[in-house]
Every structure is written in structure tokens, then in C-alpha cells.
Design a protein around this ligand. Structure first.
Ligand SMILES: Cc1cc2nc3c(=O)[nH]c(=O)nc-3n(C[C@H](O)[C@H](O)[C@H](O)COP(=O)(O)O)c2cc1C
Length: 413
């Protein structure tokens, strides 16, 4: 059972999205602003469709937080769908509103529409698409913002950037030698780019590529990277398949709508090299600087040259044997092109059985920049879960004590 559990609910055009996060220790400072910052980042990005102009997401904290701090009970969040006023009857739970909008009967290829309709015996595909929509990820980002806040109390940071949109590639900003400092420096640059790409030339190329796709009624996918820095050595485990952190992170990222491939470090590229070229050799120098006052908040505990055992490269993407090894965690996710097409694809009407054009729902042309932000949330939730599994604690002071004592032990090892 996960230490940190979460669940989301809500339809794309329903009244609201809801989410519950359980397992956060008491005493973590959290505000709606902490959450809304990430919601705003998810809504940005060049290539989004009309909906992003209607929606401006804000979270409401319904439970689990009192006077600015968590109290250990489940945290419930609510994000209203501002578009709901246009769907009041169409999405009503009242039987008297039945038939107030026409059913969707033309399944869109690349969506949950057809398998969902058959599996759930629904002849109005709206009953499937409303929940399969990536609108749901707004709540994952909100819950992830709480996990991010928790991790920040232990000096961990999570970021992401886009390295490919369609055929336009930025040479990966992550190099196997990238230090924590180099990765951190990407933060500011990424948020200034409309496509969340830290490379200016590539950003411009990506924007042009999206403009062309919009003009031609086409859609695009791409690749983003997520990194986590400051993660202590030893999260996850080699002991059992489902405790391996690489598998848990891959699952978390793969669960994002339209993500079809995951790499840890330069995973696929490594497969074509000699082993001697891509293993991160182990070095040692005495730990420094001394553990700062306040323990976990002060001293960095690993990374090149900071403490004891270290690596000069990071082909492993921060994970060996299903456990963190103290180096930055680097993950890459490939997103397929947005399936909904302005020039509709061929489909079959589920009522008449006749060949038709697939339904068109207002749609993004490219959502890779937003997917990166969602990836950050999923990584934050997964690492926070593994962290709490290792250090436990019902209140933040207890978790910090456990963490600090482990760090002291690691430094002495
Ligand atoms: C942030 C984000 C936004 C998306 N926006 C759209 C969209 O506007 N139109 C669309 O057809 N698909 C969109 N998708 C992709 C679909 O949600 C996804 O392809 C579909 O639910 C089927 O799931 P699958 O691709 O994982 O099989 C988006 C995905 C993400 C992550």
C-alpha cells in the first residue's frame, strides 16, 4: 500500500474536479497560492486550444489544512470548471435533463471513445470522453504541488523542460555530466519560453512548427524531460519488483494521457553503446561541508564532490537497482501527437454503423509544454511517496528527525 495515496474525480465539463491526498504529515505549510502557481504553469504553453482561454484554474482547499498548515488528515482539493455554466444541463446529474444535448456517436481514433463506450455500454460517447480528457490532470498538478512543497522542505527540487516538438529538436539540455547547479539554472530560462524549452533557437523553431500545424489543421507531439535534484540516496528498493523506483516513476509518467514512451537517463541511446561507455564510475572524497545547523535544510548530502561517494557522470539518470543513487533523477517522456484533428479522421457511427467523420471536440494542437508540468507533478507525488515510505513520520518534525539521522548515517558510511 502506498504511503501517500491520492485519487481524482470529476468530468471535463462537470461542475468541478476533486482530489484527495492522504498521508501528508501534519505541520506542512501550504496555501492555495502554492497550488495555483503550478495550475497556471499547466495552463500555459504555445499550441493550446480555446479551452485554456476560458479556464483559469484556482484550487480550493476543502479539508486537511488549518490555518496554513496540514493537520495530518486527508487533504481535499476542488477546482471549479469555469466552463460549467455552458454545460449546466448537458452535464447535470438530474434525470429530467436527459437529452438536453445531442449524444456523441462518432468515436475519435486515438481516444478512449470506442473501447470505453463498448466496455461501459454507453451509447453517448460523452460519458467516456468527459473523464478520459486530460482536463483531469489539472487535479494531479494541484495534488503534485502539495507533494512538491513537502519535498522542498528537504531541499528537493523538481523541474521539466521540452526537448522536442514534432520534428524540431533541441539538443537535450541534460548532459550526463550535468550538475545540480546546471540543471537548476534551467529553471528560469524554461519559464520564459512559450514552449518551455531552455534553448532559444529551438524554441523559435518549435513555435514556427506549431504555427504551421495550426494553419494546416494538424497536431503535434514531442518529448519533455523531468528532473529531480537533492533526492537522497536509497529511495525505492531492489528487493521486490513493485518497490523499484524506476518502475514506479515510469508508471506515474506513463499514466499521463498521450504519453507513450519513457526513458530513465539516456535510456534508448545507451542501448547502442558499450557497457564501459555508459556506467557511472564510483569515486570518493571525504564528506564536506559539515552538516549545517538545522540538518536537512542546510547541507547538501550528495552529488559530485559534496559527500563521500560520488559520480562524475549520470548515465543512470539517478537510479541504480531501482534505488536513488544521490545523483539527479532524469526522466524523459514521449507524447504522441494530439489525436483530435480539425480535418476529421475516418470513423464509424456507433448507432448507425455507417462510415462517418470522427467527432471534433475543441482541441489543442500541441500540449507538450503542459505535459511537462503534469510530469513534474507525477514525479513529485511518486518521490514523496517513496520518501515517506522510507522516513515515515506523522508530523513534519518527526519526518525531519528521521531524515536527519539517516543523512548523518550516510555521511559516516
Ligand atoms: C495536457 C494535455 C492536453 C491534451 N489535450 C488534448 C486535446 O486538446 N485534444 C485531444 O484530442 N487530445 C488531447 N490530449 C491527449 C488525450 O487526452 C489522449 O491522447 C487521450 O485521452 C487518449 O489517451 P492515450 O493517448 O493515452 O491513449 C491531451 C493530453 C495532455 C496530457
Amino acid at each position: 500500500m502506498n504511503t501517500l495515496r491520492y485519487i481524482t474525480a470529476g468530468e471535463s465539463h462537470g461542475r468541478a474536479l476533486a482530489g484527495i491526498l492522504e498521508g501528508v504529515p501534519s505541520g506542512l505549510p501550504i496555501s492555495a497560492e502554492d497550488i495555483d502557481r503550478d495550475l497556471k504553469r499547466r495552463q500555459g504553453g504555445y499550441g493550446r486550444g480555446g479551452r485554456m482561454k476560458i479556464e483559469s484554474d484556482y484550487s480550493e482547499i476543502l479539508s486537511g489544512v488549518r490555518w496554513g498548515k496540514t493537520i495530518g488528515s486527508p487533504i481535499t482539493l476542488l477546482i471549479e470548471n469555469r466552463d460549467y455554466e455552458n454545460w449546466f444541463e448537458g452535464m447535470s446529474s438530474d434525470i429530467n435533463a436527459e437529452g438536453s444535448i445531442p449524444p456523441v456517436t462518432r468515436p475519435r481514433p486515438g481516444h478512449a471513445d470506442l473501447p470505453g463506450a463498448i466496455k461501459y455500454d454507453q451509447h453517448d460517447i460523452r460519458n467516456i470522453l468527459e473523464r478520459s480528457s486530460a482536463r483531469e490532470t489539472a487535479m494531479r498538478v494541484a495534488l503534485g504541488a502539495i507533494a512538491r512543497k513537502f519535498l522542498s522542505e528537504f531541499n528537493m527540487k523538481i523541474g521539466s523542460y521540452v526537448i522536442q516538438i514534432g520534428k524540431v529538436k533541441a539538443s537535450s539540455e541534460f548532459k550526463v555530466q550535468s550538475s545540480e547547479k546546471e540543471l537548476l539554472s534551467l529553471f528560469g530560462r524554461v519559464e520564459k519560453s512559450l514552449v518551455r524549452c531552455p534553448n532559444d533557437t529551438a524554441s523559435k523553431g518549435m513555435i514556427k512548427h506549431i504555427d504551421k500545424a495550426v494553419k494546416e489543421g494538424k497536431s503535434l507531439g514531442g518529448i519533455f524531460e523531468v528532473f529531480a535534484i537533492g533526492v537522497p540516496i536509497g529511495l525505492g528498493s531492489h528487493i521486490q519488483w513493485d518497490r523499484r523506483l524506476d518502475g514506479r516513476l515510469a508508471r506515474a509518467l506513463m499514466s499521463i494521457q498521450a504519453i507513450k514512451g519513457i526513458e530513465i537517463g539516456p535510456g534508448f541511446e545507451m542501448s547502442g553503446k558499450f557497457g564501459s561507455e555508459v556506467m557511472d564510475e564510483i569515486f570518493y572524497s571525504p564528506p564536506h561541508p559539515p552538516l549545517a545547523k538545522g540538518g536537512s535544510r542546510g547541507g547538501n548530502i550528495h552529488g559530485r564532490g559534496m559527500l563521500g561517494f560520488y559520480r562524475k557522470t549520470n548515465f543512470a539518470g539517478g537510479i541504480e537497482g531501482g534505488m536513488t543513487n544521490g545523483m539527479p533523477i532524469i526522466l524523459r517522456a514521449a507524447m504522441k501527437p494530439i489525436p483530435t484533428q480539425r480535418k476529421p479522421l475516418r470513423s464509424v457511427d456507433i448507432i448507425t454503423g455507417k462510415s462517418v467523420e470522427a467527432a471534433y471536440e475543441r482541441s489543442d494542437v500541441c500540449a507538450v509544454p503542459a505535459a511537462g508540468v503534469i510530469g513534474e507533478a507525477m514525479v513529485a507525488l511518486t518521490i514523496a511517496d517513496a520518501f515517506l515510505e522510507k522516513f515515515g513520520g506523522d508530523n513534519m518534525a518527526e519526518t525531519k528527525r528521521n531524515y536527519d539521522s539517516y543523512i548523518k548515517y550516510v555521511r559516516k558510511f
